[in-house]
Every structure is written in C-alpha cells, then in structure tokens.
Ligand binder design. Structure first.
Ligand code: CP
Ligand code: NVA
Length: 326
C-alpha cells in the first residue's frame, strides 16, 4: 500500500501532507456517494467511540454520531460535567483510561494542549473536533464543498473576512497552504493571525504554489475571489469581547457589496455555522449589530452553507474510517 492513515491522530492539518488531505477529501466524496446509494460498508463495525465536549456543538457532535452509526460503531457522548477530565483526574490519566475502553476519541474544547495530551497518551486515534487554536475537520468539509462547486482546489481564490486569528481562520490558512489555494485573510490588523503561523504557512505555500495574503483591505482581499468565507466575530469562550469585536469587525461584515467587489459572478458564500445573519437568535436579539453576514447574503444564491454543513458528516466519516477503519 502506498500509504495509509491507520492509527493516526487528526489534531491539525499541519500533520498531514497535501496527498493525505486530498485522500481524505476523495474518501469523503466516495462515502457520500455510498450513503446516497444506500451502501454502508460498516468500516467501523464493533468500534466504540468517545465524544468529549467541553464546548457546545450541533454539527460536529451530530456528524460524528451519524458517521459512527452509519459505519457500525457506537458513539458515546461525554459532555462537560460528565467526566473528570482535568478536574479530579489529569488529562493524561483520563487519556490512558479512555484508551483502554474506546477505539477512538473525539475532543472539542478550549486548550489545544488538551487534545495533544489525549493524542499522546490514549493509544488510540484522537480527532480534534475544535480547540481554541484549530478546527481541522471543518476545513475538510469546506474543501469538499469547494471541490464539488468548482471541480478543483489548487488555484481557487479564497477570502476569509472577520476574526483573522481564530481556530477556523488558522485551519483554513494551513489547509489552503497545503492545497495550493490563493488564500486571503481580510481583517483589521489587531486581528491578524499569529505571525509564526503565517510564516509556517508561507513556507508550506512555497512548495505548493499557494499564496497567503494578510490584509486589512476588503478591496484587495476579495478581488476575483471564488469563495467568500466568514465566521462569528467572537468565538466560544470570547463572549466578553462581543462589544469590542462588533466595533472592530462591522466594516468586514459580508454584504452583497462584498460579492460585487469580487467581480466574480461564480463566487460562493461559505460559513462553518452557526452564523448570525438575523435577529432570530437570543444572542443576536440582544446584540443586533453582531451579524457577520447579512440575511440577504445568507439566503442568496451565493450561499452553499447547508451543503457545507452536510459535508461535515462525510468528511468526519472519512477521518474515522481512514484512521480506524478495517
Ligand atoms: N461548524 C461547527 O463546528 O459547528 P458546531 O459548533 O455546531 O459543531
Ligand atoms: N470560531 C468558532 C467556530 C464555531 C464552529 C468558535 O470557535 O466558536
């Protein structure tokens, strides 16, 4: 076999080659077709999977659960408050205990170090379902959606507007560098990504023909863009910063004007979701200026956000099957 990913952790896209990322996306595509055809290969028959969540989740939790069940595995949700993780038992000890009982572990939480310790000590594959630093499974779904729309990844122009230093922005930048994408972070300077990570991504980009641009100019950032992407302005755990972020990021809201500025009729809108785009949520009702995208954009013909959300299942399934499947 040329290569395989059996037994590997999935903590950050930095650990994967372009070929491996391409393989995961292609596998997701195949598993998606299989599911549409009603064919289930039961690649995870008899496996037990732990789903550890310190932060809430709709898509990631449901995608891991549905993907596991589709492939014949049992998924056990362990939420904040259900287990001792770091409170009465160290993360290292918890990892070694869970690794004796489960065949794979998903972690979503705050510190990236937690998922690294789980990965180092569990002895079974550990998958990062989002930390403060990275959200790698999201990017696989985003790239599958782009591939379905345009038929290729290398050469795509991808503009991310908003909080340029959050987990989704970081992972998109890494994934783009690996896959030859012309990637632009468009945000105010105070929210530019970590310089060390940008340097690392530019080094990777040198070998893949990717381009990494960091700019505060919307005109420069979105020109000719195929994809306009945004995320919430204050991530989970940053709720106290909402007012400050609204001030900083209001000019970077994704409006129809942003799409006009791309001068590209084929441009699409992506968002990892959940998205504030109207006042129908408790948080946006209480903070009416919080919307990172307008209702018009969210509901427009540009929007592919629900295809993208569905693709979370197929891509997460690919990660589990590739690292743990028979
Ligand atoms: N995109 C994403 O990770 O969604 P959830 O927070 O609902 O899992
Ligand atoms: N950046 C967001 C992503 C949610 C899927 C957060 O961490 O809250």
């Amino acid at each position: 076999m040329a290569f395989n990913l059996k037994g590997r952790n999935f903590l950050t896209l930095l650990d994967f080659t372009p070929k491996e990322i391409g393989f995961l996306i292609d596998l997701a595509s195949k598993l998606k077709l299989d599911k549409y055809a009603g064919t289930f290969n039961r690649n995870l028959e008899g496996k037990n999977i732990a789903l550890l969540f310190e932060k809430p989740s709709t898509r990631t939790r449901c995608a891991f659960t549905v993907a596991a069940v589709d492939e014949g595995a049992h998924a056990e949700y362990l939420g904040k408050g259900d287990i001792q993780l770091g409170k009465k038992e160290s993360v290292k000890d918890t990892a070694r205990v869970l690794g004796r009982m489960f065949d794979g572990i998903q972690f979503r939480g705050f510190s990236h170090e937690t998922v690294e310790i789980l990965g180092a000590y569990a002895g079974v594959p550990v998958w990062n379902g989002l930390t403060d630093l990275y959200h790698p499974t999201q990017v696989l779904a985003d790239f599958l959606t782009v591939l379905e729309e345009f038929g290729y990844l290398s050469g795509i122009s991808f503009a991310y507007l908003g909080d340029g230093r959050n987990n989704v922005a970081n992972s998109l930048m890494i994934g783009s560098a690996k896959m030859g994408i012309d990637f632009r972070i468009v945000s105010p300077e105070t929210l530019f990504p970590d310089k060390n990570l940008v340097d690392k991504c530019r080094e990777i980009a040198d070998g893949t023909d990717a381009m990494i641009t960091i700019t505060d100019s919307i005109e420069e950032g979105v020109r000719d863009a195929d994809v306009i992407y945004t995320d919430v302005w204050a991530s989970m755990g940053e709720e106290s910063k909402i007012a400050e972020r609204i001030q900083l990021l209001k000019p970077y809201q994704v409006t129809m004007d942003v799409f006009e500025k791309t001068e590209n009729d084929s441009a699409i809108f992506l968002h990892c979701l959940p998205c504030f785009h109207n006042l129908e949520t408790e948080v946006s009702h209480n903070n009416p200026s919080i919307c990172e995208a307008t209702e018009e954009v969210f509901e427009s013909g540009f929007s592919r956000v629900f295809d993208e959300a569905e693709n979370r299942v197929h891509t997460i399934k690919a990660v589990m099957v590739a690292t743990l499947g028979k």
